[in-house]
Design a protein around this ligand. Structure first.
Ligand code: ADP
Length: 266
């Protein structure tokens, strides 16, 4: 039946027999599809009204020069909350795009060096207030099979988090290098660090260690969830190690590295 979906498990049964267990997961997978569609549609539908609200707020901000100060303050707060909502919706859309992505990773080659240079430019702009020292060590000519916008989003989320969650004037290191088994990416910071008990849940949607404080930093709470989905898609896994008060390391190994001669043959 083409509408049915099964999950199979094979187990040893007695000494020389195997037991095959098939579980009908059609309903679960149908509900999961409905959930994905729903999130994607709602996010998409929310985009237009928000753009309109934002547009009118800008008009109001530029025409209320003689109003009492509270009006200006209210408009500016409304503006920043609207922008927060836009970031959230954008992240929800990215997440649902990745979840239903049918882009095949073996069909595209990503020049990681060029991509990371772009991420560096954005990071430097974001770093203007925090003034961290950010050091990039990137191997030359390291290309991987993958989907460029997804990998870019994963790397920039990790780096932007390091910038956000490290107190002013910290040190951040970004590494991308050839290693046994693939191409290794890491972001290391000497920031706040994260307690062990949170580590397992960090990649859940909307999970935040310190809800109040994270909210003021402006993220959507979806960043690490996006990273996890991108890495799943690229057969990689996010590794996190962290010590409170000392800092954190977020890293992954992309197994589908492509180097030197392979590249020339393409
Ligand atoms: P957001 O940053 O938008 O809150 P994320 O999914 O990117 O959402 O991160 C989830 C939580 O993980 C953050 O709220 C923060 O508490 C914690 N976190 C992420 N990166 C770091 C880091 N480099 N140092 C300390 N805490 C971090």
């Amino acid at each position: 039946n083409p509408n049915k979906m099964f999950e199979y498990r094979m187990m040893e049964y007695g000494q020389d027999q195997l037991l095959l267990i098939a579980r009908d997961v059609s309903r679960v997978s149908h509900l999961e599809e409905m959930r994905k569609d729903f999130v994607a549609n709602v996010s998409h539908e929310l985009k237009t009204p928000l753009t309109v609200i934002n547009g009118y707020l800008e008009v109001l901000e530029s025409t209320t020069t003689d109003s009492p100060p509270i009006v200006g303050k209210a408009l500016s707060e409304m503006g920043s909350q609207t922008k927060r909502m836009q970031v959230l919706i954008e992240d929800l859309l990215i997440l649902s795009r990745i979840e239903s992505s049918s882009d095949r990773i073996f069909e595209n080659v990503v020049d990681m060096q060029a991509m990371l240079r772009q991420v560096e430019i954005e990071a430097n702009a974001l770093n203007k207030i925090k003034k961290h020292s950010i050091k990039f060590t990137i191997d030359n000519d390291l290309r991987v099979y993958g989907v460029e916008p997804e990998l870019r989003s994963a790397c920039s989320n990790l780096l932007f988090n390091a910038i956000h969650y490290t107190p002013r004037g910290g040190s951040i290191e970004v590494k991308f290098k050839r290693k046994a088994g693939g191409a290794y990416f890491a972001v290391i910071d000497n920031g706040d660090g994260i307690e062990d008990k949170h580590l397992r849940r960090l990649t859940e949607r909307f999970y935040r260690v310190d809800k109040g404080r994270s909210r003021t930093t402006g993220g959507s709470g979806l960043g690490l969830s996006i990273v996890k989905h991108v890495l799943n898609h690229h057969n990689a896994r996010l590794e996190i190690s962290s010590t409170v008060g000392k800092g954190s390391k977020f890293s992954f190994l992309l197994p589908n590295e492509l180097i030197g001669d392979d590249w020339e043959d393409l």
